[in-house]
Design a protein around this ligand. Sequence first.
Ligand SMILES: NC(=O)c1ccc[n+]([C@@H]2O[C@H](COP(=O)([O-])OP(=O)(O)OC[C@H]3O[C@@H](n4cnc5c(N)ncnc54)[C@H](O)[C@@H]3O)[C@@H](O)[C@H]2O)c1
Length: 329
Amino acid sequence: MFAHIARKVQLCALPSLICIETGEQYKNIDTCSYIWRQLLAAGADRQTLLLNLGGGVVGDMGGFAAATYQRGIGFIHLPTTLLAQIDAAIGGKLAIDFDGLKNMVGLFRQPEAIFADPFFLATLPTRQLRSGYAEMLKHALIADPEQFAVLDPDTLPRTEAHTWGQDPREVAAISRAAAIKMAVVRDDPQEKGRRKILNFGHTIGHALESWSLVRQPNDPLLHGEAIAAGMIAELYLSQQVAGFPTAQFNRVATRLRSLFPQQMIKTACQAAFNGDDLFWHALGKDKKNVGNSYRFVLLRQIGSPIWDIEINQQDIKKALAICREWASN
Ligand SMILES: NC(=O)c1ccc[n+]([C@@H]2O[C@H](COP(=O)([O-])OP(=O)(O)OC[C@H]3O[C@@H](n4cnc5c(N)ncnc54)[C@H](O)[C@@H]3O)[C@@H](O)[C@H]2O)c1
């Protein structure tokens, strides 16, 4: 995808284009250096505005490049994937991956504006739509039982032929998902407390994603796919530790099963369960951890999250086994 530079005062005059390779494997310091070099070559200065047109990778990395270039220039997000429209573009978290670990280097900085249009989703492959759908479902699980009910029957990204994001119910669900995220980050912009609930499914999910990026480099799990697996594992922990109702767990598990690549998830969970160092190293580096303990966001009910819950390695392994079993059925 590409980022786009224009002077604030001459928005339409001679914008410069920066194109980058697509994929999470390019969200790294090398691509970032390339963006900085292109900015330099184009004569970008403190008045320059960087327009990040693309998915979450372009937003996270374009924002990071802008926020660090000459100690920070302005940037606008123009998110073109479902995941970026309802999640990644909102909240001011900017980052690149480093040494095989997700979002290891980054900072908080708000964009000047975000413009999201479901029109872009018409060309988005179904696998990418489903990846975004996982985050939509997460927003509903952590904050909004009504949105969960809406997402249940009406708005699944069903088949390749289903042009998603055009139906008014789908557009309403996108707006609601974005509003949930905005409300959470407005209350806690620096993630000191409640904002941590957005990490539900991400403790195990990010570690599975980091594992997959290294072990399955040609066809890694997408972000939302890893988060879907992480949500299954963390809903199981929620059931065990926080009394999350079994009937709700089964409902979510059934809904997610047909949408995500079961074999890839099964392989990742199996490797993690067997003790693959890559997974456990990534899990140990999760930003929510304190010292040597693993900290999780869990749910008591749909819409009722708790955070900073310590879980031991043995219980994490049980959760991985449940996720593997879920992916095997
Ligand atoms: N900053 C945050 O708060 C936050 C939150 C969630 C996720 N993220 C990050 O977002 C990233 C994932 O974002 P993503 O799922 O958008 O993936 P992505 O940016 O890799 O985009 C997915 C693919 O879709 C293509 N694409 C983009 N728009 C398209 C369109 N309209 N039509 C056809 N193809 C299109 C891209 O070229 C890419 O191949 C991860 O790096 C994740 O860590 C950040």
